[in-house]
Design a protein around this ligand. Sequence first.
Ligand code: ATP
Length: 141
Amino acid sequence: MPGIKLDIVTAERVVYSGDADMVLAPGAEGQLGILPHHTPLMATLLPGELRIKKGAEEISLAISGGFLEVRPDRVLVLADSAERAEEIDIDRAEAARKRARERLSQRRELGIDGARAEAALRRSLARLKVAETARRRKSKR
Ligand code: ATP
């Protein structure tokens, strides 16, 4: 079965370039499931987990938002940032989560930009989720 040609890039690097059987991405209007021959589409992505299925293998990435474009011959993801599970610094993500939660709880007193703190919280939760899922998968093996 012909797969999907998938490229995931950030401003800094190519994070993934290869075939996939299925791509699951956190679309702003709901979870997107892309199979081969999907209709052309442009969608905004939220911070979350992007999953690439290929045979028995599954790669999970934490992305911090961006765009996904389905073209007739390929799928392109332009992400603000994207990390594979093994690249995620868990302590850093936990510190970011704590900081964002504190800022959200103090936003009235400090006049903080709530949307910005919420976005930072979502990015940290996406990273922690991807790192945790990979850890669990590993311990099952
Ligand atoms: P922080 O507050 O810890 O910087 P952030 O959500 O503001 O987190 P981003 O602006 O999304 O960070 O990312 C900046 C760069 O740092 C990107 O290249 C991203 O891949 C990387 N990065 C951010 N957090 C982590 C992490 N926990 N582990 C590995 N790389 C990270």
